[in-house]
Design a protein around this ligand. Structure first.
Ligand code: 13P
Length: 267
């Protein structure tokens, strides 16, 4: 089975050391004795807690950051460098999230710089793309998403491109509980694959994972991930519950969410 990804974007949540500790303890407990194969679990906390996560995350969970800057060092107040991320062993970084595009006015060009900076330092970008509700109404969703892909992968070699994880997150489905149809997600998967295949050829495009994000919860995984043949999910709110995170990982890993630990250990 092809490897899947479950990425928890904790956003600006877990707002204290004690909440963070609580989360890490609960996550360890939830994962204990559970078999999760074929799924890379990534958790991306706020940058202020990256170091703590780095020390305490269970070993079968990878660390992700929520953003990175393209310059290596210097007078860039509030920014986080790739060296800082490497120092805390963050193997992934979310880039171009729609909340960064919205609140920090991040452009497609800047997203591209960040993707290249991360790849250069061997950190895997989780590149977010997605259209607004207005784009969709105007019938330009596919053009918007293809354009975002082209800009983000500009000057990225085929070998490096395979290190990128793309996350399709329609902006209107984020934090809204508005749930897209499987067919619409699948259509956008094809749009993304086509844009990548034009740049790199179909076999490289085949190897670039494409995740879905936006109001994901365990009960919707078939519709949002498995039926539209996505390679995993990028999860916001539900990732704040370690129990749900692990249930989702098991679901997309093919174990079903209700198997008991005992039956897993015996199988
Ligand atoms: P929600 O799962 O809370 O809708 O957030 C999705 C998201 O933005 C993940 O990056």
């Amino acid at each position: 089975m092809k490897k899947r990804y479950l990425v928890g974007n904790l956003k600006m949540n877990l707002n204290s050391v004690s909440e963070t500790e609580h989360y890490l303890v609960a996550l360890k407990k939830e994962l204990f004795g559970k078999r999760i194969e074929n799924v890379e679990i990534v958790v991306a906390p706020s940058s202020i807690y990256l170091e703590r996560f780095s020390r305490e995350l269970p070993e079968n969970v990878s660390l992700g950051a929520q953003d990175v800057f393209w310059e290596k060092e210097g007078s860039y107040t509030s920014q986080i460098s790739t060296s800082m991320l490497n120092d805390v062993h963050a193997g992934f970084v979310v880039i171009g999230h729609s909340e960064r595009r919205l609140y920090a006015h991040e452009t497609d060009g800047e997203v591209g710089w960040k993707v290249r900076a991360a790849l250069h330092e061997n950190i895997r970008p989780i590149l977010c793309v997605g259209e607004t509700a207005e784009d969709r109404e105007r019938g330009v969703a596919a053009d918007i998403v293809s354009g975002q892909i082209v800009e983000a992968f500009r000057d990225v070699s085929p070998m490096m491109a395979e290190r990128v994880v793309v996350a399709y997150e329609p902006r209107w489905a984020i934090g809204s509980d508005v749930i897209p149809e499987s067919e619409d997600i699948f259509e956008m998967r094809i749009v993304i694959h086509r844009a990548l295949a034009e740049a790199y050829g179909p076999s490289v495009a085949d190897r670039i994972p494409v995740l879905y994000g936006g109001s994901v919860k365990e009960s919707l995984l078939d519709r949002l991930c498995l039926e539209p043949r996505m390679d995993g999910v990028l999860v916001g709110r539900e990732s704040l519950y370690p129990h749900e995170l692990v249930r989702m990982a098991r679901h997309i890993g093919g174990y079903g969410s209700t198997d008991s630990e005992v039956s897993d250990n015996n199988s």
